[in-house]
Ligand binder design. Structure first.
Ligand SMILES: Nc1ncnc2c1ncn2[C@@H]1O[C@H](COP(=O)(O)OP(=O)(O)OP(=O)(O)O)[C@@H](O)[C@H]1O
Ligand SMILES: [Mg+2]
Length: 310
């Protein structure tokens, strides 16, 4: 659905996009993850034919971004980072105006507007001016504006910035639902947990370059970090446990680290089971227990040497 090959774009001395290549298959949610200024919006703008590339090639729905702009724009929806809503108009009127821009009219337009209000759970607020909406409601409406003409591909540029966790969950559910109906999604974010929850494949972009690309699970696996079972025993038998646990299958190390007793292992689940048996045999109890898995945060740190949110 999307093919990007050695794409480049400069602004003066700044290489905003610097030799980026990736593909997105039909029906996929692809996450472009990176900090401020990484080149996410520039990449989306090129794919949405809003900016011409300086070098490289890109196609969307099999159409070339430099020559088939008009055809591409009919097949894609774009949800910009900055919200583009008419504050004085109602939710319904906003969708209506956008629908007309795309050539919808009459019953077809009415049906589509009603559908989108329903989808975004804004039906009961349809006749209220947007200026009275919460940030989450505005974000949901902003996404619907990109969908009026039923595109095959949707570009979402940081659609959850500035809203609370609950509103964010609703938006992620909404995107997942649309994807299940067949929509291909390119999603940019600097929230790791969003990329981790939502995306099938991920590209990590930094200073205009892709620092990592692949299947989410595969990327996490490539970090090469193992699971860790962290615990504290109710009675201090940690030395005994360290001696024993070091011989359990799949365990690479056991001992104290950062104030907690830790068992490093390939897979946390069988180690927790083994731990339960060990505790029961000696009639011991746990004070605390948690299993830590490597995640995209550790991946990002490893790749770029800094945290995403500095
Ligand atoms: N129109 C422009 N003129 C000059 N420089 C620009 C322009 N647009 C982007 N840049 C620069 O290009 C680089 C990439 O910007 P871009 O907006 O693509 O990043 P981003 O990943 O979307 O960041 P953010 O998370 O802040 O939205 C930045 O250094 C930015 O300052
Ligand atoms: Mg941006």
């Amino acid at each position: 659905m999307i093919q990007v090959h050695e794409l480049g774009k400069r602004f003066g001395d700044v290489k905003a996009v610097d030799g980026v290549s990736f593909t997105v298959a039909a029906g996929e949610i692809f996450g472009l993850l990176g900090p401020n200024g990484a080149g996410k919006t520039t990449t989306i703008s090129i794919l949405a034919t809003l900016l011409p590339p300086d070098s490289g090639r890109a196609s969307v729905c099999g159409l070339d971004v430099t020559t088939d702009g008009e055809a591409i724009r009919r097949r894609i929806g774009v949800v910009p980072q900055e919200m583009a809503l008419y504050e004085e108009l109602t939710a319904e009127q906003n969708l209506d105006v956008f629908g007309r821009l795309y050539g919808l009219k009459g019953d077809q337009l009415k049906r589509r507007v009603a559908e989108l209000l329903e989808l975004s759970e804004l039906t009961e607020h349809a006749r209220r001016p947007v200026k009275g909406f919460s940030g989450g409601m505005k974000r949901r409406l902003n996404i619907m504006m990109g969908l009026v003409h039923a595109p095959d591909v949707l570009f979402l540029d940081e659609p959850t910035v500035g809203i609370d966790a609950q509103a964010r969950t609703r938006i992620l559910d909404l995107i997942r639902g649309m994807n299940e109906q067949g929509l291909t999604v390119l999603y940019t974010t600097h929230y790791l947990e969003e990329a981790e929850q939502l995306c099938d494949r991920i590209g990590v972009i930094d200073h205009g370059r892709l620092a990592a690309l692949g299947d989410k699970e595969q990327l996490i696996h490539e970090i090469g970090e193992s699971d860790a079972v962290r615990l504290l025993l109710a009675t201090d038998r940690h030395a005994d446990l360290a001696a024993d646990a070091a011989r359990w299958p799949g365990v690479s190390w056991a001992g104290f680290r950062r104030g907690k007793f830790e068992i490093q292992c390939d897979d946390g689940a069988p180690v927790v089971a083994r731990l339960q048996t060990w505790l029961t045999e000696d009639g011991l109890e746990l004070d605390q227990l948690e299993v830590i898995r490597p995640n995209l945060e550790s991946l990002y740190l490893k790749i770029t040497g800094r945290a995403l949110r500095e």
